[in-house]
Design a protein. Structure first.
Length: 95
């Protein structure tokens, strides 16, 4: 499967969700437009892939390997999943 600018549908939505789950800021609208292309290029650069903005075998292969290594699902970004709980702090007035 190859996705590029102009593609749309469930495969594009799946791609966008995978990128979002890895922490990329991307709209999940099922449309492969300039924003998706830009994020795909950033992903490709970040992981040493050929930077062409097209999601093909190389890009999906890397996404799938990262997903299987981290167990990421469509439940939010890794940062959101791993964010520590914040404990309330008691503040004493300055005397």
């Amino acid at each position: 499967m190859i996705l590029r600018v102009g593609s749309s549908g469930d495969n594009v939505l799946d791609l966008q969700n995978k990128l979002k789950n890895l922490g990329y800021i991307i709209d999940t609208d099922s449309v492969y437009g300039s924003q998706t292309e830009s994020v795909v290029k950033q992903f490709q650069e970040d992981y040493g892939l050929d930077i062409d903005g097209v999601a093909g075998d190389q890009t999906f292969g890397k996404l799938d390997s990262l997903e299987s290594n981290t167990g990421t699902q469509d439940t939010g970004t890794q940062a959101e999943q791993k964010a520590p709980a914040v404990e309330p702090v008691s503040v004493q007035p300055y005397q």
